[in-house]
Design a protein around this ligand. Structure first.
Ligand SMILES: Nc1ncnc2c1ncn2[C@@H]1O[C@H](COP(=O)(O)OP(=O)(O)OP(=O)(O)O)[C@@H](O)[C@H]1O
Ligand SMILES: [Mg+2]
Length: 264
């Protein structure tokens, strides 16, 4: 196989005295879909944010498409253009139509002309099944539709890889399926994807590999059937049993809220 599309070597990240990533090594091949799972505070978002330099790593290296993005001389804007990111909150501009939300970044960041930006916006709205919402405003869309617009907005930039940080966790359960279907389609088209998610069915069916993180390290990784179906480590088993037992998860969530979790 050619060089991995994403390569993380010895990645460390601290916020003050809090060491959040404690040496992460991870390779993601071209067209590979990797789901990252793990308890709250384990460093999943920080890992994603280090890959596209929304956070500056404290140590180690990150390569995307063979370019070292942690090189201090790197053109950070050029790197970010190659990486699409989708967050839990969709962050659409409320005063712009769906189409305008897609064309603005293409014109500002990529310098595309109006016609090209509009054409690519339309192509990507079709890709997420929202052609008929082109002229609508975000507030008139469901959460699931807004998230699909956010995905289309990222795709319109022509990224080589897509990073998803819990893209469905803010959605009502009945809206999750449409967003996952779009992501599944992207995976089938061969997009390289790194997905932080608690959707175990999606991870099982779509991921090539599942990575379980806890305490800033990768505890185990492997085929989804292995990591989710037959975890080797006690910490993975504990995490999965909590996920599958909502009553227990609720108790633990309350506890972690009391401790105070920052996801700034
Ligand atoms: N900008 C920041 N400044 C200070 N601390 C931060 C910052 N971002 C994250 N942290 C801390 O880093 C740790 C890991 O956070 P991170 O958001 O990566 O966890 P996570 O695995 O994504 O959790 P969750 O499942 O709740 O989203 C937490 O202790 C968090 O408080
Ligand atoms: Mg997170």
């Amino acid at each position: 196989m050619s060089r991995p599309e994403i390569e993380v070597r010895g990645l460390h990240k601290s916020f003050g005295a809090n060491e959040v990533l404690r040496g992460i090594d991870l390779e993601i091949g071209q067209g590979e879909v990797v789901c990252v799972i793990g308890p709250s505070g384990s460093g999943k978002s920080t890992l994603l944010r280090c890959v596209n330099l929304l956070e500056e790593p404290s140590g180690g290296q990150v390569f995307v498409g063979g370019t070292e993005v942690t090189d201090e001389d790197v053109d950070i804007d050029a790197v970010r253009r190659r990486i699409g990111m989708v967050f839990q909150q969709f962050n659409l501009f409320p005063h712009l139509s769906v189409t305008e939300n897609l064309t603005l970044p293409q014109r500002r960041v990529l310098g595309r002309d109006k016609a090209a930006a509009a054409r690519i916006a339309a192509e990507n709205l079709a890709r997420v099944g929202l052609t008929e919402k082109a002229g609508a405003y975000p507030s008139s869309l469901s959460g699931g539709q807004q998230q699909r617009v956010a995905i289309a907005r990222a795709l319109a930039m022509g990224p080589e890889v897509m990073l998803f940080d819990e893209p469905t966790s803010a959605l009502d359960p009945e809206l999750v399926g449409d967003v996952l279907a779009v992501m599944r389609g992207l995976a089938q088209e061969g997009m390289t994807m790194m997905v932080v998610t608690h959707e175990m069915t999606f991870a099982r069916e779509v991921a090539d590999r599942v990575v379980f993180m806890d305490g800033g390290v990768i505890v185990e990784e492997g085929r989804p059937g292995q990591v989710i179906g037959a975890p080797r480590h006690e910490r993975t088993r504990h995490f999965l049993s909590r996920l599958l037992d909502p009553a227990m998860a609720e108790v633990e969530e309350e506890t972690s809220d009391q401790v105070g979790k920052g996801d700034a």
